[in-house]
Design a protein around this ligand. Structure first.
Ligand code: ADP
Ligand code: MG
Ligand code: MG
Length: 303
């Protein structure tokens, strides 16, 4: 069980720019689906980018905490003093290694890398980063002693290193996840960045999440520009992240439409850089019918 906690988060555009987040408080646990809604420009994407460690933003106050159980990861026992971590102190790849998925980061231009190779590399990099993060110093000393004693501790070329997912095993994992998303099998062999449509990029993002098996996934506007068939496929994928992998989902969306397929346990409305109102799934329907103005009036009446 993991919990992502935004605590009084304040952020501005880097180098003294515009203030955007004005004290965001939000908690997402494994197994829960939260929808973060709100009008354009209210700070939803900035919230996601700050969680991801995007360099365009500067956090001026508050924390982004991840709370982990000792047995959060099958293969690693988490020491007591590392079960609560402030993501803001970590590099983006460390954040991912701790089980927080923050959207598909396309490397700008890589020639000749297929999707299947790219995703296997991403999974293995995450597993390695995670092991390093929680590694105790004893392990390091043992490896250093082995080196002194003349043992070869470096991996052989072409070998699958211990703890890595090999090619054949990975192909099976990927085929299964792709089927879940109703993706064409030949997709695995397509080259990264080779003319993916908007919809394919979104499917890709959910596929990557399914493969990396995050504890908490933050998905920003995963529904924008999808036709109804793709919306259903992507929604099935998101539901599977929660139902089959137990992930918590923070689904950022401007529109209620996807929430017909991915039913949220909690709905939050962001206005002017903070959460102005939270409720259950019914709140999303009310917003669809009545817009955001009433939330604004209510929020400023009580302020
Ligand atoms: P949302 O996703 O809710 O539509 P954003 O988080 O993208 O809103 O943006 C919130 C506000 O901050 C907007 O007014 C936007 O113009 C501004 N903003 C976001 N990022 C930047 C940036 N890098 N530089 C300047 N202004 C920004
Ligand atoms: Mg946005
Ligand atoms: Mg504070």
């Amino acid at each position: 069980m993991a919990r992502l906690e935004l605590r009084d988060l304040h952020a501005q555009v880097a180098e003294g720019g515009e203030k955007i987040l004005d004290g965001v408080n939000l908690e997402v646990r494994s197994g829960e689906i939260h929808a973060l809604m709100g009008p354009n420009g209210s700070g939803k994407s900035t919230t996601a980018k700050v969680i991801a460690g995007h360099p365009a933003y500067e956090v001026t106050d508050g924390e982004v905490l991840v709370h982990l159980d000792e047995d959060e990861f099958e293969d690693i026992e988490i020491p007591e003093d590392m079960r609560t971590v402030n993501l803001l102190d970590l590099e983006p790849n460390e954040r991912a290694a701790l089980g927080v998925f923050l959207g598909f980061q396309y490397p700008a231009e890589i020639e000749g890398v297929t999707m299947v190779n790219f995703l296997r590399t991403a999974l293995n990099a995450k597993l390695e980063e995670r092991e390093e993060f929680f590694e105790d110093d004893e392990g390091d000393e043992e490896a250093a002693e082995d080196e002194d004693a003349g043992y070869d501790t470096s991996p052989m070329e072409g070998d699958v290193e211990e703890g890595e997912v090999g090619v054949a095993e990975f192909q099976e994992i990927m085929a299964e996840k792709m089927e879940q998303l109703d993706m064409d099998a030949q997709f695995a062999q397509r080259y990264l960045n080779a003319g993916f449509s908007g919809g394919e990029k979104k499917q890709n993002e959910v596929l990557q999440a399914a493969i990396l098996e995050p504890s908490i996934a933050v998905l920003d506007e995963i529904d924008s520009g999808l036709d109804i068939d793709r919306l259903q496929d992507v929604s099935n994928g998101i539901n599977a992240l929660r139902d089959e992998q137990g992930a918590g989902i923070l689904q950022i969306t401007h529109y209620q439409r996807i929430l017909d397929y991915v039913e949220p346990d909690h709905v939050h409305v962001m206005l002017d850089g903070k959460i102005a109102k939270s409720g259950g799934a019914e709140l999303a329907h009310q917003l669809e019918d009545e817009g955001y103005d009433w939330v604004r009036e209510e929020a400023y009446e009580t302020a």
